[in-house]
Write a protein that binds this ligand. Structure first.
Ligand code: SAM
Length: 244
């Protein structure tokens, strides 16, 4: 039994995960240095991550909806990536694609290195694959559409300004299979709340899905986008906070 397995009591939420993903995530949530693309260990910051509860919800959304092809905007250290890959490994295979232009420069390639190492292990009974697209989401999402790629779950956690996130959603919506889930992170931010409010009031091709985590917002693609050319419904959005 290795050190991570010894300490399972510390992070009991991980117990349903396949052991390789569990050990990788345990080490990352403990804040231990992680291996980068240069083969060296690097310190990681303790803020750039989703929480364990959020990761377990992402994994459950994949498993419960039979998702075989997932996409994320914003790879970072790869916390969310590992939860999504764990879902694919747990249900008999799948493909995960992550977009991040700054993976090599800002994150030492840690997320991509971890993900590639885990998917290449012979432990999985069915193929699990990972690809990292080193580009900004506004270009990469258009390229994916041109390639005819489609996904069953899209996780949006890249640049967090209102217009960046709205563009991520607009472009990602064109990549959605029927019933695809689009998940937003960081609902504490007014920018993301405003995007969610726009979708609720304007995009009747998406229906909101209840989630137990208030920092996530989930929509399901339920129809084609058949709005008129001039369609617009004003939507309530947060007022600038008093602290600004
Ligand atoms: C909060 S981090 C993502 C954390 C990750 N989801 C996790 O759980 O480990 C945000 C990421 O978005 C990336 N990012 C910033 N601008 C981006 C863009 N235009 N397109 C895609 N990714 C972007 C950053 O490099 C960073 O890795």
């Amino acid at each position: 039994m290795n050190r991570n397995s010894d300490a399972m009591g510390e992070f009991a939420e991980f117990s349903p995960l396949e052991v390789d993903f569990r050990d990788g995530l345990l080490s990352m949530y403990r804040g231990e240095p992680q291996r980068g693309a240069d083969g060296l260990l690097h310190e990681i910051d303790e803020t750039t991550r989703i929480s364990i509860a959020e990761g377990m919800i992402l994994r459950a959304l994949c498993l419960e909806n039979g998702v075989t092809s997932s996409l994320e905007v914003g790879l970072g250290y790869g916390f969310s990536t590992l939860f999504l890959l764990a879902a694919h490994a747990g249900r008999g295979g799948g493909r995960h694609t992550a977009i991040d232009p700054y993976q090599a420069t800002d994150w030492h390639g840690i997320g991509a290195t971890q993900a590639k190492a885990l998917v290449s292990r012979p432990s999985w009974s069915a193929p699990v694959s990972f690809e990292w697209i080193e580009d900004c989401s506004h270009r990469a999402l258009v390229d994916l559409e041109r390639m005819g790629r489609r996904f069953g779950l899209v996780f949006i956690d890249g640049y967090h300004r209102f217009d960046d996130v709205l563009v991520d959603f607009y472009l990602a919506a064109k990549l959605c299979e029927p019933d695809c889930l689009v998940v937003f992170h960081d609902m504490w931010l007014e920018s993301i709340q405003a995007v969610a409010s726009f979708i609720r009031h304007n995009r009747n091709d998406f229906s909101e899905v209840t989630t137990p985590c208030e920092n996530l917002c989930v929509f399901r693609r339920v129809a084609d986008d058949r709005r008129e050319w001039s369609h617009f419904i004003d939507f309530p959005h947060p007022k600038p906070s008093a602290s600004r």
